[in-house]
Design a protein around this ligand. Structure first.
Ligand SMILES: CC(C)(COP(=O)(O)OP(=O)(O)OC[C@H]1O[C@@H](n2cnc3c(N)ncnc32)[C@H](O)[C@@H]1OP(=O)(O)O)[C@@H](O)C(=O)NCCC(=O)NCCS
Length: 158
């Protein structure tokens, strides 16, 4: 497999491929409207990984205001990773980590001071990736998912 994978901002033309990756990789699926709404509101943190003009991974995020996950005083701006996935045949090539790093760079552009996400407690690959990126578990969210599985809420200062 050729190794040149590039990251670039999502474009509306990518929608169909991004939805296909989401459905292949994750049980949490969304409407086209949901994807496009995040793109329109936070375009800088909706990023795709491309290989030979095919989309092979994506990350999409939202910027939120609320209490810090690190007990800091006052209201913080936080980058929330809503969804990230890499096609199975492209996994373990650092694409997920690169998408996370790039998204966190642009979260800072939106003036966020921390990044957080929810992950299924049994999703060992994702939990491992987030730990390697410096995330820590700040809460367990019981029965967070529709099928009753718990989530770790993980966060990192950025
Ligand atoms: C989670 C996901 C995005 C990771 O993408 P990726 O491109 O494979 O991740 P990376 O190559 O950057 O992996 C970084 C590190 O995470 C860990 N990791 C990733 N996949 C792993 C696996 N299958 N088993 C164990 N550790 C794994 C490893 O420590 C890895 O580093 P290494 O390859 O040097 O050992 C990908 O597995 C995926 O799309 N999963 C399905 C969708 C999903 O679960 N999304 C997250 C929802 S919260």
């Amino acid at each position: 497999m050729q190794t040149t994978i590039s990251l670039r901002p999502f474009k509306p033309d990518d929608l169909e491929q991004v939805i296909a990756i989401n459905r292949t990789c994750l049980p949490e699926n969304y409407s086209s409207y949901f994807f496009m709404d995040l793109y329109e509101r936070y375009p800088a943190t909706f990023i795709v990984a491309e290989h030979e003009q095919n989309i092979v991974g994506y990350i999409m995020c939202r910027i939120e205001r609320g209490f810090s996950n690190f007990g800091l005083f006052g209201i913080s701006r936080k980058g929330h990773v809503v969804s990230i996935a890499v096609l199975p045949e492209y996994q373990r090539r650092s694409i997920g980590s690169d998408l996370m790093d790039e998204a966190m760079k642009y979260m800072r552009f939106y003036k966020a001071s921390e990044c957080f996400l929810e992950v299924r407690i049994r999703n060992a690959p994702a939990v491992q990736m987030y730990k390697r990126l410096g995330f820590q578990t700040v809460r367990i969210l019981h029965a967070y998912y529709a099928d009753g599985e718990d989530a770790y809420k993980m966060a990192k200062k950025i």
